[in-house]
Design a protein around this ligand. Sequence first.
Ligand SMILES: [Zn+2]
Length: 256
Amino acid sequence: MAKQEKELTVEERLKHLYNLQQTLSEVDRIKTLRGELPLEVEDLDDEIARLNTRKANFEEEIAALKKEIDDQQENLEKAEKLIDKYTKDQDNVRNNREYDYLTKEIEYQHLNIELAEKKMNEAARKIEVVKAEIAKTQELLDDNEHVLAEKKSELDEIVSETKQDEEKLREKAKRLENKIDSRLLTAFKRIRKNARNGLAVVYVQRNACGGCFNRIPPQRQMEIKMRKKIIVCEYCGRILIDPALAGVSEADAKNA
Ligand SMILES: [Zn+2]
């Protein structure tokens, strides 16, 4: 096996490398597509949970306010009954002192009624405010749930669509990796790991490195075209190949 590897020409090795690069870039693309969606779905789930808690808190607040209204209604009815009773008692008093006492009690119960009414009105006003907050929260919930449903189905679609593709690409990458000698493969992996966009092999574009876009001197471009040596960009360290090897026409590479 090792002997066979050594028999590969530089051109063949570069071809395999570029093939591997393209295959892995395709895997990267799939991972990126998927990679952002699960995070977005998670964020939306968190936001929806937060809004649901908020809504539940508002609903508790309304329940407490309704109870306050019921309590005050009870106080009011109690006071009315007492007024009735004291008014009747006034017909049977024995002296002025008793009559005045009942008059004061009746006044006091009227104040209690006023207070209960005031508290009921206040609670009713607060309920309206909280109801408006619930409506706002519900609107946000609806929006988020709508977006979440979309993202989830998008993610499901991508996962089911790309699962097979990814497996095939990974198998292809493995086959290519077996064709490349381990030293070159290690170098390739190291460059790829450090390179932005995971590009370790790039072709010459408009007389510049296709990775970092620094100019490549004509002499060096000639050497790249010869395909006799593995040449790396002196700026970014990426492996350079000529456009034709990448299956790109010179004209396309110039216009790219
Ligand atoms: Zn470069």
